[in-house]
Write a protein that binds this ligand. Structure first.
Ligand code: F3S
Length: 780
């Protein structure tokens, strides 16, 4: 990141990354002319592999690219968390390359529980997961990847503090990676297979997103925070409203936000399904770069915005904001001055209730009035600003002799935040008030919350968190725990009251001496007065050169890690002799195909995790859950994964037949890897969830949809299936019709079923090679 030695006759020097960005941007401008661009478009299109081809071939002179073109992008870096990094690295290893093509980092944050407090939990977590951490650390050394061990921090906070720079494009193997959009980056959450494409230097494909503009005016009120903006938006957009969109914020209200406030809003764009979210670069962004000891980055960002210097036309400048007059596919205007604090939940982040209505809603809905626990921090809300605002509330309550009535937990987002809050006395304020400071890890946010308040599984209860997600069982594994999302300030005030019906704006608490106490409005500081304390940054291993002599640590007897074997290539003919493993009815999400919870520990061991394949799927012919019948063994009754395992051993390839939106939910690549590992060649259904459909192709499974959905009724478990035209279609780069010839089990009756596909030219190559990885491994 040192300044380039290349000199220009006009304008300042640019560092190499910005020189690349600028050169690409100039190409974008050459192709698109004076078209007004949003910030997201400027950054995204300036990372295209081939600007001219991408912007012109798919569009009407570059004007209707959104939602139409397939962009081939070259990201600047990849960030991986420990749970998803395992499969990403196992796949990368099988490509046989000596180093990653672009910088990457691993963050050990998901595998530590939240129970007794930072030190005890960290020690226990390291012991329980030692072999996974050893594997990740050795792979980092071998391939020259930055390694942030347990305790160093949560991926999104660490990325924001260390790697996020305006104008970059990053991929992260976690859905909340868009957090870095607060620093004007395009950061997209992906699965391991996508990460590997970027790690080997292959272009990464994305359907050009549409842009949802959110224009902010006014200024947030005393108790209202950036978190309330996104909670409010989630209520308006719902969990699917952002699908296919980048959410771009603009307008004068943006300048009233801190950098970390912008990051919080971007983080939770994942809750409305957005591809990512982004804010312009502001004075607050520059202040944050300086506070995190990256003053040179602020100088570089300013240099880029002034380049190429006086005399150039206005379009020649790359500015970290939308052009005046840029068009949005959808536009929402929000006056921040009119926004209220919100509480969202239970069980879904888009069930938004303004604070003023919450007491009434709790009572009408019969939700618990007792608040059992309040949890603040996490990757979403553990900034210096968040924590010092909370501290101001706690200090006032303390002066009045009050203590929280609910158990109160604090999760710092990173070692840097933790050390700075410790240095500045904030952590002492929390612990003196009875708060429990947990490790700088995901812990309670990802189901590793071990309750110490005696609430047993199955008991309905309410908790309040400043996290981002609140699906059933998300925090403590108890499906009856109602998790409401709110700002850290609201969580804290309500924890003192111990009730879900308390409104700190209007209600009072009674002090031990019998007086009425009303919380004053929270007051905090955007950042520390001196730069952040880096704490035990030496824990992290950064900027290491690859070391080919390192043996990646995987024990042959490990139950948690297993090297991957390449999948077989597609045969040089159509498929024949397939059998329908199971015909599924109803929802079949990625959770149905590859369950989480206790199975998470097998994420790096494909054979072991495959024992959960489709284990909550409903058999359409019997109505039973996870029950299948072996057509090749007198209809013996077994579980679905058992039948898949039996057929794998026999060398019997198979397919699944399903209904609509197969694979909805997350980008979980295991939901594609596992069926492939067990012998699936086709999934045939009424419709697919888009990301899962792509994931299947990447693993060499062909997703097909019924041309006539009524044909679903004609195929059953155990029927034999052959393809007609599939091989020719793949060889023709995705062009041509495909049919299935079905031979009914028992009667031998035969008929043909026309099917549809969305296989592109590149995807046809993946499938023929056996998987995208096979193709990448041979340099395809
Ligand atoms: Fe971790 Fe929760 Fe964020 S799981 S990465 S703290 S969303």
């Amino acid at each position: 990141r040192t300044a380039s030695t290349r000199s220009y006759t006009t304008g300042p020097l640019l560092p190499p990354a910005y020189e690349r960005l600028y050169n690409k941007y100039s190409e974008v401008r050459r192709v698109l002319g004076k078209q007004r661009l949003t910030l997201a478009e400027k950054i995204l299109y300036s990372h295209l592999n081939n600007v001219e081809e991408s912007l012109l071939s798919n569009t009407n002179n570059g004007r209707s690219i959104r939602g139409v073109a397939n962009l081939k992008l070259l990201p600047d870096r990849v960030n991986m968390q420990d749970a998803s990094a395992q499969m990403a690295l196992l796949q990368f290893m099988s490509c046989g390359l000596p180093r990653t093509a672009i910088p990457a980092s691993i963050h050990c944050d998901h595998l530590i529980i939240g129970e007794r407090g930072a030190d005890a939990d960290l020690e226990k977590g390291i012991q329980t997961n030692r072999e996974v951490f050893d594997f990740l650390e050795s792979a980092a050394r071998k391939y020259g990847i930055d390694f942030w061990p347990p305790g160093a921090g949560i991926i999104h906070q660490t990325v924001l503090e260390n790697y996020a720079l305006p104008g970059l494009m990053m991929l992260g193997t976690d859905s909340h990676s868009p957090n870095a959009g607060g620093m004007s980056t395009i950061t997209i959450g992906v699965g391991g297979a996508d990460a590997v494409e970027a790690l080997v230097g292959a272009p990464w494909e994305l359907k050009a997103p549409k842009i949802l503009g959110v224009k902010l005016t006014g200024r947030l009120g005393d108790w209202v925070t950036p978190k309330d903006l996104i909670l409010h938006l989630a209520g308006r957009l719902t969990v699917r409203g952002g699908t296919g969109y980048i959410i771009e914020y603009f307008g004068p209200g943006v300048d009233t936000f801190s950098l970390t406030g912008m990051a919080t809003v971007c983080n939770m764009g994942a809750e409305v399904g957005a591809t990512t979210s982004i804010f312009p670069y502001t004075d607050a962004s520059a202040r944050y770069l300086k506070a995190t000891r990256r003053e040179q980055a602020a100088i570089n960002a300013s240099a880029l915005q002034q380049f190429p210097g006086a005399g150039a036309s206005d379009d020649a400048f790359f500015r970290f904001r939308a052009d005046d007059g840029a068009e949005y596919d959808e536009l929402i205007e929000i006056d921040l001055s009119k926004l209220e604090p919100h509480l969202n939940g239970p069980f879904t982040p888009d069930l938004a209730t303004p604070l003023s209505q919450f007491k009434k809603t709790v009572q009408e809905q019969g939700w618990p009035e007792k608040l059992s626990a309040g949890l603040i921090g996490s990757c979403t809300n553990s900034s210096y600003e968040d924590m010092t605002r909370v501290e101001s509330l706690i200090r006032e309550a303390d002066k009045a002799g009050l203590k929280p009535k609910s158990t109160f937990y604090i999760t710092p987002g990173s070692e840097q935040i933790r050390a700075t809050l410790e240095r500045d006395g904030t952590l002492d304020t929390f612990t003196n008030a009875g708060g429990i400071v947990l490790a700088n890890q995901c812990g309670p946010c990802i189901g590793s919350f071990v309750r110490s308040d005696g609430v047993k599984k199955g008991t309905p209860n309410a908790i309040l968190t400043s996290y981002n997600r609140n699906f059933r069982g998300r925090n403590d594994g108890n499906p009856e725990t109602m998790n409401f999302l709110a700002s850290p300030e609201l969580v804290t005030a309500m924890s003192y009251a111990g009730t879900t019906t308390f409104n700190p704006l209007t209600d009072t608490l009674t002090t031990p001496s019998g007086e009425e106490f009303r919380f004053p409005a929270p007051r905090g500081r955007e950042g520390p007065e001196t730069p952040f304390d880096e704490g035990r940054k030496s824990l992290a291993v950064l900027s290491q050169e690859p070391d080919a002599s390192v043996q990646v640590a995987i024990s042959p007897t490990s139950e948690r890690l297993a090297l991957l074997e390449p999948f077989d290539p597609f045969p040089e003919s159509d498929l024949s002799g397939l059998r329908v493993l199971v015909k599924v009815t109803g929802k079949c999400t990625t959770d149905t195909i590859s369950a989480a919870g206790p199975w998470l520990k097998y994420k790096g061991h494909l054979p072991n995790i495959s024992a959960n394949t489709l284990n909550t799927a409903v058999n359409a012919e019997t109505g039973e859950v996870n029950v299948a019948y072996d057509a090749l063994d007198n209809e013996a009754q077994v579980t679905i994964p058992e039948l898949a395992e039996r057929w794998k051993k026999r060398g019997q390839p198979w397919l699944v037949v399903a209904e609509h939106n197969y694979g909805e939910g997350s980008a979980r690549e295991h939901a594609a890897l596992q069926p492939r590992y067990l012998g699936a060649r086709l999934i045939v259904c009424k419709s697919f969830a888009r990301i899962h459909e792509t994931n299947l192709k990447k693993q060499g499974v062909v997703p097909l949809t019924f041309a006539d959905p009524a044909d679903y009724d004609r195929i059953g478990a155990g029927d034999e299936v052959a393809t007609i035209g599939l091989y020719d279609m793949l060889r023709a780069g995705g062009k041509g019709d495909v049919r299935l010839r079905v031979t009914k089990k028992g009667t031998g009756e035969q008929f043909e079923v026309p099917v549809k596909h969305t296989v592109s030219e590149d995807q046809a190559k993946f499938i023929l090679a056996g998987s995208a990885l096979n193709l990448l491994a041979r340099g395809g």
